[in-house]
Design a protein around this ligand. Structure first.
Ligand SMILES: [Fe+2]
Length: 381
């Protein structure tokens, strides 16, 4: 017999309204939504708290933090993936696109091996095949064009790997995210522990690599997306010309545009605009880029990503809910909008026929608390 999950006396966060009622799931699917809240045998009484779709995260670096819990301390990949999976479930995230860097610089002392993403993907796919993961995982390859090995790393992936997203990154000094060299200096000297002299050498090396490979690598990333059936995304668009290139390449969403003019150009070209949750929570970008709240006020924000703080995703939706005075619209930025941008049609909203990926939450002095999480109708937190 198919297992039923009945959630009653809940504030259901639907696409355009919050409605008190009952939601019924059979197996892994939402099968009924009603405005009745009468007590049904076997139902979970939500006590008037909220039920929303499970959150969808398109770009998180969180797995990297588990893989290297301290600088230069490597952690076993299987254990890192399992801990990352459980952490995300506890944050209300039921679908994640694990961002894995492809494109490294073996000639530099500061780089990982060029087999990093392939090995990590193998571990993730094995755990997925063994049904060991609480939430739904997809692979997101972050294709770094300022690198030496991008083509050979991309060539290690096939259609069977289900690479759902390829984002094209260019972290060349003096471009995009690091247009301001002093911001890059702070980032590299703090994170990478470089001295000033090492930093200058590092910058010169990266610029030389970029001059040699960037055109070829950009083409290789787009060709890989076509070969693997992946959605293409841009990253750190700064100028209108960047967005024009994205439109030519058929990119569907822009990760973290760094300026207002780039975000406006994305809107003109119908490219969804994704901003970081930490930027919304802190009220500013950690690297001096445009404020996500400012973009939201100008209707230039469609998707939020937790980036490097998983718990920030849910909280940032509540920040937007207050800013827009519209909770359903805010919840869409972390559910329906990212799901559709990544080509997933089976999840992201409370609607009949959608996956039973759900969160229950309550508000405590305008702060949100995630109390329960279900993935495909199964309780996972
Ligand atoms: Fe970046």
């Amino acid at each position: 017999m198919t297992v039923e999950l009945i959630l009653t006396n809940a504030k259901l966060v639907l696409e355009h309204e919050v409605r008190v009622g009952t939601l019924i799931c059979r197996g892994d699917t939402i099968t009924e939504i009603s405005s009745s809240s009468s007590s049904v045998p076997g139902a979970i009484d939500c006590g008037g708290n909220f039920i929303a779709p499970g959150l969808v995260e398109l770009h998180t670096d969180n797995l990297e933090r588990h893989l290297e819990p301290r600088p230069a301390v490597k952690w076993p990949k299987r254990e890192a993936v399992l801990a990352h999976d459980a952490e995300l479930a506890a944050c209300g995230i039921t679908t994640v696109f694990d961002a894995m860097r492809v494109g490294s610089i073996p000639s530099s002392d500061h780089s990982d091996t060029d087999n990093y993403a392939r090995e990590l993907a193998d571990v993730l796919l094995k755990l997925k095949a063994q049904d060991q993961l609480k939430i739904s995982h997809f692979i997101h390859l972050r294709a770094e064009i300022c690198s030496e090995t991008l083509e050979q790393e991309l060539n290690k992936f096939t259609k069977e790997d289900c690479v759902q997203i390829i984002s094209v990154m260019d972290h060349t000094p003096c471009a995009r995210q690091f247009a301001n060299l002093s911001q890059f200096r702070t980032y590299a000297t703090r994170k990478g522990g470089l001295t000033d002299e090492e930093f200058d050498q590092h910058v010169a090396q990266l610029k030389a690599i970029s001059a040699r490979y960037s055109v070829r690598h950009e083409r290789a990333a787009c060709e890989a997306a076509a070969r693997l059936g992946s959605v293409l995304a841009s990253h750190d668009d700064t100028e209108i010309a960047h967005v024009e290139t994205s439109a030519q390449r058929g990119m569907t969403f822009a990760e973290f545009p760094t300026t207002m003019i780039a975000a406006e150009a994305c809107r003109d070209y119908n490219i969804a605009i994704m901003m970081g949750a930490p930027n919304l929570i802190r009220g500013e970008s950690h690297s001096g880029n445009v404020s996500a709240a400012e973009l939201a006020r100008k209707d230039l924000l469609d998707i939020v990503s937790s980036d490097y703080v998983p718990a920030a995703l849910f909280q940032s939706a509540l920040v937007l809910g207050t800013l827009w005075d519209d909770l359903p619209r805010a919840i869409k930025t972390v559910t329906l909008a990212p799901a559709r941008a990544a080509g997933l049609m089976d999840r992201g909203s409370l609607a009949v026929g959608q996956r039973a990926d759900l969160i229950q939450f309550r508000l405590d002095q305008n702060r949100g608390i995630v109390d329960r999480v279900w993935s495909q109708g199964q309780s996972i937190f």
